[in-house]
Design a protein around this ligand. Sequence first.
Ligand code: NAD
Ligand code: UD1
Length: 312
Amino acid sequence: MKKCLVTGGAGFIGSNLVERLVGLSFEVKVLDDLSSGFLRNLEPFRENIEFIEGDVRDMATLQQVMSEVEVVFHQAAVVSVPQSIEDPMETGMVNDLGTLYVLEAARHNGVRRVVFASSCAVYGDLPQVPKKEDMDTKPLSPYAASKLNGETYARLYGDLYGLETVCLRYFNVYGPRQDPSSPYSGVISIFMDSAARGERPTIYGDGEQYRDFVYVADVVQANLLAAQRENISGVTINVGTGKPVTINSLWRNIAELAGVQGEAKRADFRPGDIRQSVAEISRARELLDYQSYHSLEEGLQFTWEWYRSRSY
Ligand code: NAD
Ligand code: UD1
């Protein structure tokens, strides 16, 4: 892999991936419409990449940026579950249609492989845990449906057109550059931001719902492996840690790290919220030699240092 394209590369996960790719001396292009990403995320390595501001649904732009690209990391999406419930059309247009555009442009430009950022949200609230890739899926939100549709298209493009595709079902990703500014932002970014202000955040429901929180550097590593390993085209792979963490205990950890006193505020459960989510990661181990190298304590510590020291 020499030249690669990261869609959504100005976002949280995308910019961490771009930074790593640049560090490994790959030629990196970034396509992002800056709808939820920021140029400041790319600032430290801006000189070493080609940035194109544009929409993944603009075929002319896609054709241009994909020439000579060997691997596409497709991260661009509307990423919020509640936002997708409020505005299912927008999520469908960006996520469902956007993924189709990316795959179509990849097939016409001789791209070797597309690595697609899917989500554990596809599993829904079916009671079995941990979640395994061959289990039934049951999307509970337009966001989750859009990710499952993206996976289906990815597999089809492999079967029909010989485009190599690998789908990574990320669990709950956290780390530096995750934007806390919207009520829809990821829970760790919101809790970190509250802690940095010395405020108490809100926990929705009883707080005993749990997630598998995976540090962004481990997700980046999974992407690199997914781009390079042979004979894994058409495969869907969980990317998590295998360890459940309740939202209550998450806040206790962050409050302790930040020295914030007091209980979180409480509000009703969010519609579409999944109760239990934790990954079985044996497929990632077998096919990618993947491990989650960062413990929650270590990942939270790095993340806290970033939130504490940021200037915006
Ligand atoms: P993010 O919002 O920081 O990044 C998404 C990026 O896509 C942003 O930079 C945004 O500007 C860009 N984008 C959105 N619509 C676009 C369009 N039409 N054209 C071009 N660019 C567009 O979110 P993130 O957390 O970094 O998520 C990255 C990917 O990982 C997404 O596909 C998301 O669904 C997936 N994912 C994230 C998590 C998580 O916990 N953060 C978990 C599972 C899956
Ligand atoms: C997140 C991702 C989604 C991804 C999915 C995989 C974001 C914005 N969403 O959705 O892209 O596909 O993981 O599982 O990154 N909570 C609170 N207080 C808050 C915010 C959240 O209690 O202020 C609770 C929520 O009710 C939920 C849990 O924390 O139970 C996690 O919420 P959130 O971080 O939004 O993640 P998901 O909905 O799991």
